[in-house]
Design a protein around this ligand. Sequence first.
Ligand code: CP
Length: 325
Amino acid sequence: MSSVDAATKAAVGAWTKKDLLGLRGLSPEEIRLVLDTAASFREISLRPIKKVPALRGKTVVNLFFEPSTRTRTSFELAAKRLSADIVNITAQASSFTKGETVLDTVKNLEALKVDILVIRHAAAGVPHQIARYATSSVINAGDGSHEHPTQGLLDLFTIQDKKRRVEGLNVSIIGDIAHSRVARSNIWGLTKLGARVTVCAPPTLMPPQIEQLGVRATHELSEAIHGADVLMLLRIQHERQEAMLIPSLREYRLRYGLTRERLKEAKPDVLIMHPGPINRGVELDSDVADGPFSVILDQVTNGLAVRMAVLYLVSGAPKVDVEEN
Ligand code: CP
């Protein structure tokens, strides 16, 4: 089994954070370090034997209190490709259903000497609370409507890979901005790396004063499409809405859905992105999702390399600071 290269080994020395809780708390240099490390890990998944011993002897726990396909699977594969041991725990199949608190669950996992906790929870801030308590590294795999840092990082990686830069690009994020942790992590990451970000949503799905995050806001899809290098579509997060915030999905599609017809307004080299899961025929049509401009499955592929990089970097960091954001 061959190991990682010298440059990748050096990267771990430059990373100082115990946890990865959000992109708000990362510097542009730290974001670039993750992207550069992910670039060197990407080739491992193309080898006949897709494994390096970088995290041999480490134990990773996927602790998911919300459903997931992409994030949970790619963290599991990332840990396995780095030779770590991985345990998957879902809320439905844990003692959480018997009334155990999240903190008690974590205390028990720490008693079993685990090294990295990957946590998804419906409530914003849960990974941050756990990180303050835990001596293991904590990676936020999505907390409520707050942040989804590894999704933001894999989106940055994909844009940089396809466009050869992030700085100076026009990126439009379209959909349920108000309830989207993906939107928040992308806004932090994209603006830190110098992209111009436009957010587009119906008034009921647009957070108040979103411009304070350094973005332009519009309710008009044509304004978001015009001049954009990247169109990032988002799902309507029904599970986080307390009331019906749009008249109907049909009406939403008419005003905000990306159809082949609306795509004619876009730049000829536009990238179409979506974090998944997709609602075909709502935020985008199948011929757009599966069309020549779509990099949606590249995002999934890149997510594996990015999560390998994140696991590798936090596993080598001194167990001291807890990021506050
Ligand atoms: N993008 C994303 O977080 O997908 P999953 O919910 O399937 O993990």
